[in-house]
Design a protein around this ligand. Structure first.
Ligand SMILES: [Zn+2]
Length: 381
C-alpha cells in the first residue's frame, strides 16, 4: 500500500494539503516563489498596464467607472483609496452584508464610507442567506456559503445594473497565498473562472435544496444569481485583482487604511490567530477558518504566519510556535452564537465538524479533534 506524504513548505508553513498548491524542487510553495518574483519584477510595466486599463474605463461624465467590493477591512479600503486618490477614478464601493456582522467590522465600514466614498450596502434576502449558509455548513463545510455566493453574484449584478464594466478585487489568493498559478500573468478574468475556482461549479443546483414547499421564489434569489450571459456581454463585464498591478502587501494596506480610511484595530486579539487587523467583519469567519483546519490541517494562524514570513517580519521557527498555539481553535467563545444562528444543538453542530474532519490527519480526543501530525514534520497517511 502506498502512503501519501504530507509536508510543509520549507520557507513558510503552507501545507501540501492546500487545494491547488504547487511546490518547487526546494520544497517552496508557489506563494513563496511568487514572493521572490515580486521582489525582482518590473512593476512599472504592470502599472502602465493598469493606467491603460483605467484610461479605457475612466468616466468622463461623473458616472462610476469601476466597482470595489469593500468590507471596511484594510484591503478593499486600500484598493478604493488608490483608485480614487492616486489614479483619479470614480469607484462605486459595494458591501454585501454578512450574517452575524461584528461591531468592529460595522464601525470600520462606517469609518471607511465617511472618509469619502460612494457606497452601496447590499442586504440579500436574509431568509435565503441564512438557509444557504446552513446548507453550506452542513453539506459543503462552508459556514457562510450563501455569503460566498453573494459576494460574487450580488456584486456582479450591481455592476451589470449600473453598467460598470470593471470590478477590482484585492489580492488573488491563489497566487498570493498558494493555489492555482494559472492567472499569475493574466490581468482580467471572466465570470466563468470565478464560478469554477471560487464556487467549485454548479452553485445554482443548491437553490432547489433550500426550498421548503416552494417558499423561496426566483425573485428572492435575485442577488444570488449571476446576470445572464447576454447581460454580462452587454456591459462587457470583467474582473481583476489589484495584486496583479502592484506588489501586494497587506501590512502596507493596513497602514494606509488606518491613516486615511479610519480603520481601527480590535483591542483584544483574535482567539484563533495572533494578528489583530484582519477579518473582523463577521462571526462566521472563525468557524470558516476552523473548518478549513479540520479539512486540511492548517488554520488561520498558518495563513497569517505565511504572510509575515514572506514579508520578512517573522522567522519560520517563530511561526511554528504560533501555528502550534493558535491553529487548532475550536470556537468555544462563539459556539452559542453559531448554535442559535443555525438553529442546531451542540451535538448536531459537532456532528457536522466530525463529518468534515480529515480522519487521516485528526483523531478525536475528549470530544475535540486533535492533530496526529506535528506541524512542519513530514507525515505519512
Ligand atoms: Zn511557502
Amino acid at each position: 500500500m502506498s502512503r501519501k506524504k504530507i509536508f510543509w513548505c520549507k520557507n513558510c508553513l503552507n501545507m501540501s494539503t492546500r487545494p491547488r498548491i504547487t511546490f518547487d524542487e526546494r520544497g517552496w510553495c508557489n506563494a513563496c516563489q511568487w514572493m521572490e518574483e515580486k521582489r525582482v519584477m518590473d512593476w512599472n510595466v504592470r502599472e502602465k498596464e493598469l493606467i491603460k486599463l483605467l484610461n479605457k474605463h475612466r468616466s468622463k461624465n461623473g458616472n462610476f467607472d469601476c466597482i470595489v467590493p469593500v468590507s471596511g477591512g484594510k484591503d478593499g479600503s486600500y484598493v478604493a483609496y488608490q483608485l480614487k486618490h492616486k489614479y483619479g477614478m470614480n469607484p462605486l464601493t459595494v458591501t454585501v452584508r454578512p450574517a452575524l456582522s461584528l461591531e468592529i467590522g460595522n464601525k470600520n465600514l462606517e469609518n471607511f464610507i465617511r472618509s469619502g466614498y460612494n457606497h452601496i450596502h447590499i442586504s440579500c434576502n436574509p431568509i435565503v442567506l441564512d438557509r444557504l449558509n446552513k446548507y453550506g455548513f452542513i453539506e459543503k463545510g462552508f459556514p457562510y456559503y450563501g455569503w460566498l455566493i453573494a459576494i460574487m453574484t450580488a456584486v456582479i449584478k450591481t455592476a451589470a445594473n449600473f453598467k460598470i464594466p470593471l470590478i477590482f478585487y484585492g489580492e488573488d489568493g491563489e497566487i498570493e497565498y498558494g493555489g492555482s498559478t494559472e492567472t499569475k500573468n493574466k490581468a482580467l478574468y471572466d465570470i466563468e473562472y470565478m464560478k469554477r475556482i471560487y464556487l467549485e461549479g454548479g452553485h445554482e443546483k443548491v437553490f432547489e435544496r433550500i426550498q421548503t414547499d416552494g417558499d423561496i421564489s426566483e425573485a428572492d434569489l435575485a442577488f444570488f444569481k449571476f446576470p445572464t450571459d447576454d447581460e454580462i456581454s452587454e456591459v462587457g463585464l470583467s474582473f481583476t485583482h489589484w495584486s496583479y498591478f502592484e506588489a501586494w502587501d497587506s501590512y502596507r494596506n493596513y497602514i494606509i487604511a488606518k491613516e486615511y480610511c479610519g480603520l481601527i484595530e480590535k483591542e483584544d486579539g483574535n482567539h484563533d490567530t495572533f494578528t489583530n487587523f484582519a477579518q473582523n467583519d463577521q462571526a462566521l469567519y472563525a468557524l470558516h477558518a476552523y473548518m478549513m483546519y479540520l479539512k486540511f490541517g492548517f488554520g488561520r494562524a498558518t495563513q497569517d504566519a505565511g504572510i509575515e514570513i514572506r514579508r520578512g517580519s517573522m522567522t519560520r521557527d517563530q511561526a511554528l510556535n504560533l501555528v502550534k498555539m493558535y491553529d487548532n481553535a475550536y470556537p468555544y467563545d462563539l459556539i452559542d452564537t453559531y448554535l442559535e444562528y443555525y438553529n442546531m444543538t451542540k451535538e448536531e453542530f459537532d456532528a457536522v465538524l466530525d463529518r468534515y474532519a480529515n480522519k487521516d490527519l485528526f483523531e478525536k480526543i475528549d470530544g475535540v479533534w486533535q492533530p496526529k501530525f506535528v506541524v512542519g514534520e513530514d507525515f505519512y497517511i
